[in-house]
Design a protein around this ligand. Structure first.
Ligand SMILES: Cc1cc2nc3c(=O)[nH]c(=O)nc-3n(C[C@H](O)[C@H](O)[C@H](O)COP(=O)(O)O)c2cc1C
Length: 221
């Protein structure tokens, strides 16, 4: 598989088989992803992969927090905040495509909420990674995290695996800090649920388009 094929094949997958990934393969994938470039080679990413019973405990702990009415407390500004103009429109289209694929209409708030909650069940994936960086760092360092994240997702594709990046997993960090042992001074920027795709699961039919190239790229000269 060449890089362009992997880029084209990667999609956010939200339905997984329960089978875990072999530990040796997991290590190989994360070792390859860590070859991603970063500003001054600072490698600001720190990743904790939570699997097995710890993953089950973490899901229960986050659910308990949410059921108790705890307010979200992300350390970094979530990616869906303060959107306007074309970005707001794209966010709307994204939600429309996602809920539409699942046969959920705009007024069906309960169903939308239930689907949103799948984020905190890690979409049934056997593994969930939490990617954190120091709270003292800002948007330029976050570029490094983004490059790392895409590198990781493409390596997963190369190995026949699938993933879903999740900003939602930065919203309730307290239990994650405890169970996933996030380093002192770091905060979660996003999570990534991953594993083997449950091919045929309706939720995986979601296809997100991209803006026409002329909207996002200009060639001058
Ligand atoms: C940083 C980041 C955070 C995201 N957060 C979520 C999330 O919390 N929940 C979710 O279901 N999808 C999330 N997504 C997936 C996007 O919705 C998805 O990448 C986008 O719609 C394009 O679709 P594609 O990944 O299938 O190409 C996130 C993606 C990125 C890159």
């Amino acid at each position: 598989m060449n890089v362009s094929d992997a880029i084209a094949a990667r999609r956010s997958i939200r339905g997984f088989k329960p089978e875990p990934i072999a530990p040796e393969l997991l290590e190989k994938i994360f070792a390859t992803a860590s070859l991603a470039p970063s500003n001054c080679n600072t490698q600001p990413w720190h990743t904790v992969v939570v699997s097995g019973q710890a993953r089950v405990d973490l899901q229960a702990a986050i659910m308990a927090e949410m059921s108790a009415g705890k307010a979200p407390s992300p350390a970094f500004i979530p990616g869906d905040q303060n959107l306007a103009g074309v970005y707001k429109e794209r966010q709307y289209e994204c939600a429309f495509g996602y809920y539409g694929t699942m046969g959920i209409e705009r007024h069906e708030k309960d169903k939308r909420f239930a689907l949103m909650m799948k984020n905190f069940e890690f979409f049934d994936a056997p593994h969930v990674a939490f990617i954190s960086m120091p709270t003292t760092m800002g948007p330029v360092n976050a570029v490094d995290i983004g490059i790392y994240l895409q590198t990781l997702m493409l390596v997963l594709v190369e190995h026949g695996l699938a993933s879903c990046p999740q900003g939602a997993l930065a919203l309730y960090p307290d239990e994650v800090q405890k169970i996933a042992n996030i380093p002192e001074g770091n905060a979660i920027i996003c999570g990534l649920s991953f594993g083997y795709e449950d091919v045929g699961a309706r939720i995986n039919d979601v296809i997100m388009d991209r803006a026409p190239l002329a909207e996002t790229v200009q060639f001058i000269g």
